[in-house]
Design a binder for this molecule. Sequence first.
Ligand code: GLU
Length: 312
Amino acid sequence: MTRLAPSPTGALHLGNVRTFLVNWALARKLDWRVLLRIEDLDTPRVKPGAIEDTIDTLAWLGLDWDVGPEIQSDDLSPYRDAMETLATKKLIFPCELSRTEIEQAASAPHRPEGSETRESVYPASLRPAERPADFDRVDVNWRFAAREGAVAFDDRVRGAQSIDVAADVGDFVVWTKRGQPSYQLAVIVDDAHSGVDRVVRGDDLIASTGRQLMLYRALGLEPEPMYWHLPLAVGPDGRRLAKRHGDTRVSSYRASGVGAERIIGLMASWSGVTPDPEPMTAEQFAERFDVTTLPASDIVFKEVDDAWLHSG
Ligand code: GLU
């Protein structure tokens, strides 16, 4: 089983759609079941209606799913259970230091190269001498004591990977003081509980995979998923597609009369399905999709693409 895991924080933009569409087409080609999971934890405040809008947009594009939608915030007990297990194994500890305090205390504060994450490196030297055996406070950040050494895995797109979590981020947050699991914990608890063994997502999350596999192993969860980390859509400046590149939200195109077949048609040209944009349905995209012709480098969204979307 695979999953579509949108965060309902802003409307889906063309970059998200590209990842979801390739994920969904792979599932249709290779006979995987699809779960829709709404990741509404550890994100900025979710606006009313955002979850419904996200689901509606995916359906409008022609995507479907076999299971869900599952909404993370509906039940926090699986995450608390995982925290209990980690505490019993003495692998986590509460941490009340601010980011500034951590950066000042770390001898060589740095962020992983090219990383957009805002998490500071938390060095092992800042760990408390004793780690509690109980998860007894939900209102503070809890960190996972990252093991030294590389976490290795084989990415189906990017090949062999080796990630040094301790050096990249150190002891990372697994529970936030807002009383919720962090993204890293929530995603692995959910994937393991739902039987997700195929993860397809943007390659901005490849560094997170080291943390997630570490948690899988610490909790003894199986099977570890296979990963496909896809190149992202970027703006003409080479940065990940975002607001700064104009309004590429699907809802805005839809409101201005652009049809789903145009959006899928642009994605076809971004996914090795056609050399140039060509209107088609999601079904037709899936029929023609071939993972071996998926572009290996980032896709650049240009003004001509926007013009083509509006020209139908
Ligand atoms: N919810 C995340 C996002 O929208 C995806 C997380 C994942 O695929 O692991 O970026």
